[in-house]
Design a binder for this molecule. Sequence first.
Ligand code: AMP
Length: 466
Amino acid sequence: MNPSSPVTFASLSLAAPIQRALSDKGYVNPSPIQARAIPALLEGRDMIGIAQTGTGKTAAFALPLLHRLSARPTTRVPRQPRALILTPTRELAVQIADNLAVYGRHLSLRHTLVFGGVGEQPQIRSLAAGVDIVVATPGRLLDLMNNRHISLERIEAFVLDEADRMLDMGFAPDVKRVLAKLPARRQSLLFSATMPETIRQLAQSFLHDPVRVEVAPVSSTAERIDQRVCHVPRGSKRAALLHLLREHGKEGLSLVFVRMKHGADRVVRQLAQDGIRAAAIHGNKSQGARQRALEAFRSGECRVLVATDIAARGINVKGISLVINFDLPNEPEAYVHRIGRTARAGADGIAISLCDETERAFLRDIQRLIRRDVPVMALPNLPTVSVEAESEARPRHPRGRNGSPNGGRPRHGGGAGHNGGGRRGGNQSRGNQRRSDEARSEGTQATPAAPKSRLLGRLTRWAGRN
Ligand code: AMP
């Protein structure tokens, strides 16, 4: 994101403690979406925002929300928050909570996180103690609503974030159940990277005379990023990945995208065999494992992260200089989202896609969406492993979808009033359900058995020569 707007935060009528938090953070100019959204939201308008992560949309809704709540302080009522932010993934929820902690550090508002995959009790306790803002994913929120641990009757402001992703993940019925419990008088916001008919209808169902703010349409976000495509046979992808990480991944952090979660685990294992330490994040990993992988990546302790689209949704890590699409996504929007993980906050980045013979149609769809051709990058001669050999390496006895251990502690924002999170144990049925939802979207094949040693030997020998 490149906040190039001449407007300054100082010229927006945000409360002084919020202004102070912004200058602590070194933010002077609002990003385009912030410059347009904040004044309208401060007037109390409903909003439909067409923007994706990387544009500064979190602050665009979080700053006016904090302003609104702090301008009219009320006594906290147990289990009855004043604002609800609904978001599709736990990573995104944690990230939003972190932002609230940063921007609200000089205010006395409290927020908490509500999401599945971790124990309910700490979340129940936070709600009972009374919070102003809840950041939630839909499944766990509904569980807690059904068991009367939270009521939405005092909600003054509601944000539906990443609405398109929410519907893609099958959360439409859950979202409707939440909407049905909101009081009639409230401010409502919807953010979505795309605006298909389903989202338009959803927006109409709960927004009142919304202001429409649109920034960086999906096709133009990609413009700053140096994009390349390498046409490689499927059997050469492993060698190609190794080559690219060695050639282009030396400086910063590298993020590798795969389509299926079993593919993520396999790539991590293969990289380890090739001497590169990598971590995987996908829908079958417990929340704790995901957070640990993200932390290791963020800190630079592990410089390669292999991710599926869904798990990557909330990744907002500075210093990603290389994105590699090990598999091309079958949804062209996912490509733009993936490559947007690099070149964040004005930095430059390179995104390289490996396209095999079966993925040409995906590439065509992507090029149509971004309205340009992705330049082709040549690779040195790579050893090719026949597709048969690859498929021999695939699993013969897929494990269950939820085979990974559960639980774990989410990362805490550390800012004032952040009391969300949870720990192992508790009723995790919804968490498991959520992970199955993610697992479905990432494909359901389980972790493969170890690849054939002959195949490995050839690749390792090749890698050693290069
Ligand atoms: P988001 O689109 O909300 O995920 O934000 C993308 C990144 O831009 C995050 O790292 C934010 O902390 C950062 N950011 C948001 N607003 C600004 C701003 N006005 N100036 C500089 N950086 C910002």
